[in-house]
Design a protein around this ligand. Structure first.
Ligand code: FMN
Length: 378
């Protein structure tokens, strides 16, 4: 029985080969940052206020002129097709049904044009990695504009990939070559293997410069290209020439960077340590959030991610000044268990938990949750 996202995680672990589960679940190096995301959230206590009219609870928020039914979005996840063929569509459709944004990863396994064949909605966003071959990013952004994507999320915390030791131990690397241990691992998960055999092995279909999906080898080689480490604040001008819609930066932790983002005309920032997968020494999203909220001073929305596993965790971020939260692994656990329905169930669960938390806090609307609800640890 899956009562919460922790149950979904355990069920996903049973469903998936070990190398796939650990690709999703793991973090960088000693996984200190990964643990801090959970531990720091657990430290935050919220003070309820009583005798408030909570007969009608409204979890919706308004961001970039759009109404979201809940203050969370589905974070970009690369290589979703390894969890389930068609995983990107399943995540996108579940998010659309829940009325919240879905952010398609540059490293997705679905062509961005195929995600919503009739054209994307304002709540379908695209995450961008800029590789040293800038023309790849340019063609992706151009195509996203044509396909009607609602916002562009530039990920800025991957100048180089963090060291994911679980992947190395499992011999999981790209291009994918199953070792005898991986082959055995796959055989022990026949339902997963059957789906992959029928749905096809994932490839990075958005990366090829000529718009045609190449061989897995070619795709992997493209992804393995180094990220553009010359990308700097001035490069935002280059991006702005290509994209005039909402532009978010994902992966900021320093308050000074948030101020810089403001000065460079960015529309919102996402406080994130990439789910503990990049700099292992980095603070948790929730710990970095208040200083960034203060630096921004209400001049643009601040979003946050890393370790949000309960609707109550989302309330903690709102209380500390975030406008919304990104959910990374929990929807993927739902995907592993039950495809699109599993993602939908996880999103519904988190929304129900948030609603109950709001009733108990005495906050009928998202805007009623603020720092007065945060218990000062001292
Ligand atoms: C398996 C996996 C793949 C990810 N792929 C991407 C990606 O392609 N682009 C990106 O900006 N972030 C990526 N992230 C980071 C997430 O978008 C998000 O920041 C992080 O997962 C949030 O933490 P949480 O998983 O604890 O909720 C990935 C995270 C995971 C777990």
């Amino acid at each position: 029985m899956q009562l919460n996202t922790h149950d979904y995680r355990r069920a996903a672990k049973r469903q998936l080969p070990r190398f796939v589960f650990e690709y999703i679940d793991g973090g960088a190096e000693d996984e200190g940052c990964l643990r801090r995301n959970a531990d720091d959230l657990a430290q935050v206590q919220l003070l309820p206020t009583v005798l408030r009219d909570t007969s009608a609870i409204d979890t919706s928020v308004q961001l970039f002129g759009q109404r979201w039914q809940a203050p969370f979005a589905v974070a970009p996840i690369g290589l979703c097709g390894l969890v389930r063929p068609g995983g990107d569509q399943m995540m996108a459709q579940a998010a659309a049904a829940a009325g919240v944004p879905h952010i398609l990863s540059t490293a997705s396994n679905t062509r961005l044009e195929d995600l919503h064949p009739g054209g994307a909605s304002a709540l379908q966003w695209l995450q961008l990695y800029v590789m040293s071959e800038r023309s790849i990013a340019e063609q992706i952004v151009r195509r996203a504009r044509q396909a009607g994507f609602g916002a562009l999320v530039l990920t800025v915390d991957v100048p180089v990939s963090g060291t994911r030791e679980r992947d190395a131990r499992n011999h999981f690397k790209l291009p994918f070559k199953p070792t005898p241990a991986i082959a055995w691992d796959m055989l022990r998960h026949p339902a997963w293997l059957w789906r992959l055999a029928h749905g096809g092995a994932p490839s990075f279909v958005n990366m090829s410069e000529d718009n045609t999906p190449g061989s897995a080898q070619v795709q992997a080689a493209l992804l393995a290209r180094e990220m553009d480490r010359r990308l700097d604040w001035d490069s935002l001008r280059w991006l702005r020439r290509l994209w005039d819609g909402p532009l978010l930066l994902k992966g900021l932790l320093h308050p000074a960077d948030a101020t810089r983002a403001l000065a460079h005309g960015v529309d919102a920032v996402i406080v994130s340590n990439h789910g503990g997968r990049q700099l292992d020494l980095a603070p948790s999203g929730i710990a970095a959030l208040p200083r960034i909220v203060d630096a921004v001073g209400g001049r643009m929305p601040v979003l946050v991610d890393g370790g949000f596993r309960r609707g109550g965790d989302v309330a903690k971020a709102l209380a500390l000044g975030a406008q919304a939260v990104l959910l990374g692994r929990p929807p993927v656990y739902g995907l592993a268990c039950d495809g699109q329905q599993g993602v939908a169930a996880v999103l519904a669960l988190l929304r129900q938990e948030l609603e109950r938390t709001m009733v108990l806090l005495g906050a009928a609307r998202v805007g009623d949750i603020d720092r007065h609800h945060v218990m000062d640890p001292h």
